[in-house]
Design a protein around this ligand. Structure first.
Ligand code: PCA
Length: 157
């Protein structure tokens, strides 16, 4: 099992969450919520209003997201779904635990609140330079007041 931190459309209540709970893609177990230890610019970009964590540490906010434990099959699905490595690259990042719900591990293996875990994150270094000037978010919501509603894959032209 691998640990993945999601900050965008894969979070609960967001447009691509159904893929996380689709057993045909493998297993993803929700473990808790977290925050990037480093600051990153999280922007919404392109004509489909896609959220991107730009891999430019030190700029932006500590970004909120969810920690999942996923099997190899789900990890492979997510790589394909996220256009990895062209659109996003999956890299290990340090994530601070905000809230832990994972029940699978023994109590002594349960990470404490405020402890730091290494998790895979889909961020990008292959972004258009002007994106760094876009507004930064700390907690992505496709339906937020920014009005930049995410366009689902199947609705794109
Ligand atoms: N999906 C991935 C990266 C951005 C996105 O929309 C995620 O939720 O973390």
């Amino acid at each position: 099992m691998a640990r993945v931190f999601v900050y965008g459309t894969l979070k609960k209540g967001q447009p691509n969450y159904p893929h996380m709970i689709n057993g045909a893609h493998g297993i993803a177990r929700f473990q808790g919520r977290g925050l990037t230890v480093e600051k990153y610019p999280l922007v919404i970009a392109g004509k489909y209003n896609i959220p991107f964590l730009l891999n430019a540490p030190g700029i932006g906010h500590h970004v909120a997201g969810e920690i999942y434990s996923v099997d190899d099959q789900m990890l492979q699905f997510l790589d394909e779904f996220e256009g990895c490595p062209d659109m996003y690259q999956r890299t290990p990042m340090r994530i601070e635990v905000v809230e832990w719900e994972g029940k699978s591990s023994a109590p002594e293996e349960r990470p404490a609140v405020n402890s730091i875990l290494e998790c895979y994150v889909y961020s990008t270094t292959t972004y258009q330079p002007e994106w760094i000037n876009f507004p930064y978010y700390d907690n992505y919501d496709a339906f937020g007041k920014h009005g930049l509603q995410y366009v689902l894959r199947e609705s794109r032209e």
